[in-house]
Design a protein around this ligand. Structure first.
Ligand code: KG4
Ligand code: ZN
Length: 340
């Protein structure tokens, strides 16, 4: 199989990043992302603006991905694109573009599930990164998702836990808003958390049965706590920002690790992989490392550029599906609520 020379173009446009990547067999040749700065001033993604920015960005991003891979578009074997889940207006741009390009080049079209792609990013060939063996547990944590998935094979996955309200990244971003930090606030809270005392303030963990998550109560608890404290001392945030961030982070990471422990216990699986933007978090990385000693886990964290939304993860799924001759029809449509 590896003697074949397969080039696949991956296109991702599910949220606010327009991305394109070329993969040669399992190895990434280019991974281009145009992030949309426009949403920062609104403190969150504005769907209408996202879809318009995708339209502006998609042609230059794809051209750059092909150029950087040092190939011509005629060398491509297939076009893989994100079908869903995501924002409909955003998905439509990538889907329509991928369909037209595949038709123009007369090559197969491959639809990709964004949530599967976050997990299968672990199968990109990358020096210094091991691929998890089946079965493994994957926890996908980002601004849009929080899931624990039991992965029995590349395309045999079962969601065994997920958030019933906000995603974990949203919990970071919304807490950051209360604290007057910029958007997205996750990286800033993480940075400050490392300078503060995680036990300075206590936030109650939500009680959710089984492997599901809930983060909306925590966000409200933080809001009320800050409102109460700043009433007593208007400088409360300024004087305690590092301790507040450390305490928020301690609570959130505690919630994630508790559920992972339960998932590992219930399934008997000790290989644990993470993905999504929150995988960059120093607290989750430390907690996973600690889990290796404490619970006998083997943990997998992909290279940073493959954890946030990117097209390399779409390209690797395209490659894996190509090997199985698993192609899409030209009448396929985007699906905002696509499930794993
Ligand atoms: O995967 P991603 O780039 O986009 C999607 O949401 O799909 O993830 C972005 C999210 C944001 O909520 C951001 O605040 C969070 O990931 N994030 C972090 C860190 N870096 C990014 N959260 C906590 N700690 C970090 N170091
Ligand atoms: Zn994502």
């Amino acid at each position: 199989m590896s003697s074949q020379n397969i080039y696949i173009l991956g296109i991702e446009s599910s949220c606010d990043d327009t991305a394109a990547s070329v993969i040669h067999n399992g190895k990434i040749l280019s991974n281009i992302i145009a992030s949309q700065k426009i949403h920062e001033e609104y403190g969150g993604v504005v769907p209408e603006l996202a879809s318009r920015a995708h339209q502006q960005n998609i042609v230059p991003v794809v051209n750059q991905a092909i150029k950087q891979a040092n190939i011509t578009k005629e060398q491509l074997h297939a076009i893989a694109f994100t079908r869903g889940p995501g924002l409909m207006g955003s998905l439509l741009v990538g889907t329509s573009f991928a369909k037209s390009l595949a038709m123009g080049l007369n090559i197969p079209l491959i639809d990709v599930n964004h949530m599967q792609a976050h997990i299968l990013a672990h199968f990109i060939d990358e020096k210094g990164f091991n691929k998890p063996p089946f079965p493994f547990l994957a926890m996908t944590i980002s601004g849009g998702h929080t899931q624990i998935v039991e992965v029995s094979n590349h395309f045999d996955m079962k969601v065994i836990g997920e958030t019933i309200d906000d995603a974990v990244g949203e919990a970071y971003d919304k807490s950051g808003k209360v604290l007057g930090l910029g958007y997205p606030a996750g990286p800033e809270i993480d940075k400050r958390a490392q300078l503060g005392n995680p036990k300075a303030f206590k936030f109650t963990k939500p009680k959710v049965d089984g492997l599901n998550f809930s983060f909306s109560g925590l966000k409200t608890a933080i809001l009320y706590f800050i409102q109460k404290e700043t009433k007593a001392n208007p400088n409360f945030i300024k004087e305690n920002i590092n301790d507040i961030c450390a305490s928020i982070q301690y609570t959130i990471i505690g919630i994630l690790i508790d559920k992972l422990k339960l998932a590992s216990k219930q399934t008997g699986i000790k290989h644990i992989a993470i993905g999504g933007g929150v995988s960059a978090n120093s607290g989750i990385r430390q907690a996973l490392k600690a889990g290796e000693n404490k619970f006998g886990w083997t943990t997998y964290v992909p290279k940073f550029e493959f954890t946030t939304d990117n097209a390399a993860m779409i390209a690797i799924v395209g490659y894996l599906k190509y090997l199985e001759n698993n192609f899409s029809e030209q009448n396929i449509t985007a699906s905002a609520r696509l499930k794993i």
